[in-house]
Design a protein around this ligand. Structure first.
Ligand SMILES: [Zn+2]
Length: 86
């Protein structure tokens, strides 16, 4: 049981780190990405349809991509501070 409590936050942190790293990459080269108009997820620029909702309408403006990526990277930070939740 104690192990379960230990591994859960660890994998969460790993997830968050991955997400933050991904967001950093996106922010560094927003031209390679676009934002899905359907579900607001960030997809690769070369994708024809959204892997998430299969939408085909995208906002390709770098400003929008950066804004969305910033959202993604700041959200997990909030859950890190909420790690007292048991
Ligand atoms: Zn979508």
């Amino acid at each position: 049981m104690a192990f379960e409590d230990k591994t859960r936050p660890m994998s969460d942190v790993q997830h968050l780190a991955e997400r933050a790293a991904r967001a950093q990459k996106i922010i560094a080269s927003p031209d390679d990405f676009k934002v899905c108009e359907g579900c607001e997820s960030i997809v690769a620029e070369r994708a024809n349809t959204c892997p998430n909702c299969h939408g085909y309408r995208f906002d390709e403006s770098p400003e929008r991509v950066v804004e969305q990526a910033t959202h993604l990277s700041t959200r997990p930070q909030q859950s890190v501070t909420a790690s007292d939740l048991t």
